[in-house]
Design a protein. Structure first.
Length: 149
């Protein structure tokens, strides 16, 4: 991935930090928090091969658990900073990992929105699980909802 910026306000955000997650992932999330806009050029500028032993596939900084911690950090600080509770959309393996990381940052689930019939009507970490239609037809307030891809 290649990135360019011509905005003075983004220059400060382009300094690499040494957290335990990938520097480029951290950089792009910080740029997004600063209001940077992203786009894709129509013609590829560079090609490379990814192999099984590459750092991006083998280093602990690139593990799914580390990426989930990074996502939770960036959700908790800019987006969920004013909310102690949140509504999580989906609770599969990655959703479970994200919820645990958010709980460690003091952000608890008020509810889970889920399509899996075995989860609807259950409690996950003391949060009721709803089908989307049931949740949104009865929602009395605005919610902060997010999803993991």
């Amino acid at each position: 991935m290649i990135a360019c910026t011509n905005s003075d306000k983004h220059i400060q955000a382009t300094v690499y930090r040494n957290d335990d997650w990938p520097e480029d992932y951290d950089l792009f999330l910080r740029l997004a928090m600063e209001g940077a806009r992203f786009g894709q050029v129509a013609t590829p500028l560079l090609s490379w091969r990814w192999h099984e032993n590459s750092t991006s596939r083998s280093h602990p900084a690139f593990s799914l658990a580390t990426i989930a911690r990074c996502r939770a950090y960036f959700l908790a600080h800019p987006f969920l900073i004013a909310h102690k509770q949140n509504v999580q959309w989906g609770f599969g393996d990655t959703g479970s990992e994200l919820a645990g990381n958010l709980r460690a940052l003091g952000k608890n689930m008020a509810a889970v929105i889920e399509l899996h019939p075995g989860r609807i009507g259950q409690l996950i970490h003391r949060a009721p699980v709803f089908h989307p239609h049931d949740y949104f037809k009865n929602a009395a307030t605005n919610v902060v909802a997010y999803s993991m891809a």
